[in-house]
Design a protein around this ligand. Structure first.
Ligand code: FAD
Length: 459
């Protein structure tokens, strides 16, 4: 039998593409090597990290209830039980994808795939024939040279979502989304958490002003930041770990003691073992598979999507890639607008962004206006006590939104309105003239748009 499409990788990019291709009438198989569907996202990424963020937020909230007039006894934490809840959520969701495969007639081939030639996918000793191949092999944590990750004391994100007790002192290397989310999980549960970052700011790529608000709020919640520092090496001592850190641009070293270290300096594409070199598939210097506007690689009939191709390394972006790719394969028109892919950091407060940052607009010499509204002036935020942060919108001379950035509780939900506005080419005036429920945090979005027009009411 010859398949229409074999997808390699059952993460959010691959499994969604496989289901959509089946819906479009293709005979599809998906190859997955890790023993469970859902990829990084469901198994060791988005879902387990959000489950732990949720559990730890509940624990942290207990210590803030007295201002509500609520007294609770001393709270305790059972880390294995918390991990059990997380593992059950992951297990249920990954099994759900296997069910969706059955329902949609997608064949699951378990094992690690290689591509001996265009039109062939080899798993174990078996070679499967196919008209098209879609590579969706995702990404893995980027290691730091000279630092060995043992997942016991020196952790990647995978180890940091599976600890069986709260560390005394966790040092997080890298103030990006993964380091901050997991750092906050363990800080809320009682660990001292120090975040070491090479740059002089946190959350690289996020609008600078919003990142500063986030840093202030995260510091208030217990994260300690040491910016402009680079980890050089880690020594194991009888009492734990000794980290030697360089001050960037200064001839100065510092030593930090910790019992766990999380290396969270980014992710890199996974393509090794596929046979790309022998096939002549072009790969960028950073290891990403190069694709054209239809997601085709330099070899006809072989496509690639998700974290293993350039673009934001996000689950929803991988899904959009996958759907667009197979719809085009089926002869439909499809397009992914990477400028309107939102990104969310699920810390407290959340940080959400879409489109261009103010720094990028300045660098490009683009004319723009700014509208801002602080949650301190939002009545719903005042009533829930979630007053940290602000909404910031950036609009072009015609009023169209070029970028939107939020630091604040539920920012990840609030950004959806601005993503839709950008996708539909709405102006700040159109968002501002839309009726928003009261009292709601969404009113801060409306007010930021009003502010861009110079007429915020509650600022
Ligand atoms: C801790 C953490 C938190 C995250 N949180 C978020 C979040 O909140 N929101 C968000 O959008 N993103 C988040 N991400 C990123 C998100 O997980 C990825 O962007 C997303 O999973 C990419 O999807 P993908 O399908 O491209 O690849 P992956 O999910 O990496 O899936 C690729 C799959 O391919 C399989 N595979 C690889 N090679 C082969 C082969 N040769 N044969 C067979 N199978 C193979 C792998 O086993 C894997 O299952 C997070 C990541 C981490 C680590």
């Amino acid at each position: 039998m010859t398949y229409d499409l074999i997808v390699i990788g059952g993460g959010p990019g691959g499994y969604v593409a496989a289901i959509r291709a089946a819906q479009l009438g293709m005979k599809v198989a998906c190859v997955e090597g890790r023993g469970a569907l859902g990829g990084t996202c469901l198994n060791v990424g988005c879902i387990p990290s959000k489950a732990l963020l949720n559990s730890s937020a509940k624990f942290a909230e207990l210590s803030h209830l007295s201002s509500h007039g609520i007294a609770v006894g001393e709270a305790s934490i059972d880390v294995p039980a918390m991990m059990g809840r997380k593992d059950k959520i992951v297990g249920d969701l990954t099994k759900g994808i296997a069910f969706l495969f059955q329902k949609n007639g997608v064949d699951l081939i378990e094992g690690w795939a290689t591509i001996p030639a265009a039109g062939q996918v080899k798993v174990g000793d078996e070679v499967h024939e196919t008209k098209n191949i879609l590579i969706a092999t995702g990404s893995e944590p980027t290691p730091l040279p000279g630092i060995e990750i043992d997942e016991q004391n020196v952790l990647s994100s995978t180890g940091a979502i599976a600890l069986d007790s709260v560390p005394d002192h966790l040092v997080v290397i890298g103030a990006g989304v993964i380091g901050l989310e997991l750092g906050q999980v363990w800080a809320r549960l009682g660990a001292k958490v120090t975040v070491i970052e090479y740059l002089d700011r946190i959350m690289p790529g996020i609008d600078g002003e919003i990142a500063k608000l986030a840093q202030r709020a995260l510091s208030k919640r217990g994260l300690k930041f040491q910016l402009g520092r680079a980890l050089k090496f880690i020594e194991e001592t009888t009492t734990g770990l000794k980290l030697t850190v360089d001050r960037v641009g200064k001839d100065k070293k510092e030593v930090i003691e910790a019992d766990k270290v999380l290396i969270a300096v980014g992710r890199r594409p996974v393509t090794r073992g596929l046979g790309l070199e022998d096939l002549g598939i072009a790969v960028s210097p950073r290891g990403f598979i190069e694709v054209d506007g239809t997601f085709q690689t330099s070899v006809p009939g072989v496509y690639a999507i998700g974290d293993c191709v350039p673009g934001p390394m996000l689950a929803h972006k991988a899904e959009e890639d996958g759907v667009a790719c197979v719809e085009m394969l089926a002869g439909e028109t499809a397009h992914v607008d990477y400028n309107t892919v939102p990104g969310v950091v699920y810390t407290d407060p959340e940080v959400a962004s879409v489109g261009l940052t103010e720094e990028a607009l300045k660098d490009a010499g683009t004319e723009y206006s700014v509208g801002k509204f602080a949650f301190m002036a939002n009545s719903r935020a005042r009533s829930t006590g979630e007053t940290d942060g602000a909404v910031k919108v950036l609009a072009g001379p015609n009023g169209k939104i070029l970028g939107a950035h939020i630091c604040g509780a539920h920012g990840g939900d609030l950004i959806a309105e601005l993503v839709l506005a950008m996708t539909k080419g709405a102006t700040v005036s159109e968002v501002a003239s839309t009726c928003h429920a009261h009292p709601a945090k969404g009113e801060a979005v409306k007010e930021a748009c009003l502010d861009a027009l110079g007429r915020a009411i509650h600022a």
